[in-house]
Design a protein around this ligand. Structure first.
Ligand SMILES: Cc1cc2nc3c(=O)[nH]c(=O)nc-3n(C[C@H](O)[C@H](O)[C@H](O)COP(=O)(O)O)c2cc1C
Length: 234
């Protein structure tokens, strides 16, 4: 896909894999993309166990409750986080930051898979102790996510997203807007104030001129259910 936003929008979890084997280069591409992710302290505290051996794959699936569809995935990638390494530096924050780090890597992997024509699914339903044992994951490391990977003929299903006005708040939790025109004006003024920023002034112009109909349509529907007016600057 040429456009990242299209890629992000069209990505879906794929669970219906064909028997077509996956090229090793593509698996490496997916893992490489995972390693581009933002990560705690740039420690890159991760390892990715690529499982292609069918006996080991079956055993991994056995440790993933209620995920029988995984049996058809030609490749599984077990994303592990180096908890020991992160704990040494970040102590009590390590747990959360490691989880976020590996999640960012996994999302990169899923998008890369989609980009190169593969299907993938994030699986967190696994028995950690058994998986650790099976794959010989040492102390100081822990499995975070299993990625099922393969070619998929599954038709991407339509996705019903929550409306943006239910998921975006302005400035504080629950902050909504009633006066769209005021918001657009203030936003434009804010950008114009930053004369050194070319992108910002472009953005302000767009808002002023209303060139991007889709932007303003979108914004209107975003704010139309507003409950509280946005503070206006005089
Ligand atoms: C933290 C997390 C855990 C998940 N665990 C599983 C899982 O165990 N099995 C599964 O089939 N899908 C799992 N998924 C995939 C979600 O079901 C899927 O992302 C969600 O239904 C949205 O669908 P989409 O990925 O097609 O947009 C998981 C996703 C996340 C982010």
């Amino acid at each position: 896909m040429d456009n990242f936003l299209d890629l992000a929008r069209n990505r879906r979890s794929r669970r219906d894999f064909s028997s077509r084997p996956v090229e090793f280069e593509k698996v490496i591409e997916v893992v490489r993309a995972a390693t581009y992710a933002p990560n705690v302290g740039d420690m890159q505290p991760w390892h990715f166990i690529v499982v292609s051996d069918s006996a080991i794959k079956d055993a991994v699936c056995d440790h993933c409750p209620h995920q029988s569809w995984m049996q058809n995935a030609p490749v599984l990638i077990v994303a592990c986080g180096s908890i020991g390494k992160v704990q040494d530096f970040y102590d009590q924050l390590a747990d959360r930051w490691l989880t976020q780090t590996v999640a960012a890597a996994v999302q990169n992997a899923l998008l890369a898979a989609e980009e190169i024509g593969l299907g993938a699914c994030w699986v967190s339903s696994f028995d950690e102790i058994n998986l650790r044992d099976l794959l010989k994951i040492p102390d100081g490391h822990r499995p975070e996510v299993v990625i099922a990977l393969g070619y998929s003929s599954e038709m991407p299903r339509d996705k019903v997203l929550l409306p943006l006005d239910q998921v975006i708040y302005l400035n504080s939790f629950g902050g909504k807007v009633t006066e769209m025109a005021a918001v657009l004006r203030d936003w434009g003024e804010h950008f114009r104030g930053k004369k050194d920023s070319f992108v910002a002034s472009q953005q302000a112009q767009r808002v002023d001129e209303g060139e991007k109909k889709s932007f303003s349509d979108h914004a209107q529907s975003f704010f139309k259910k507003a409950k509280k007016p946005f503070d206006k600057k005089e």
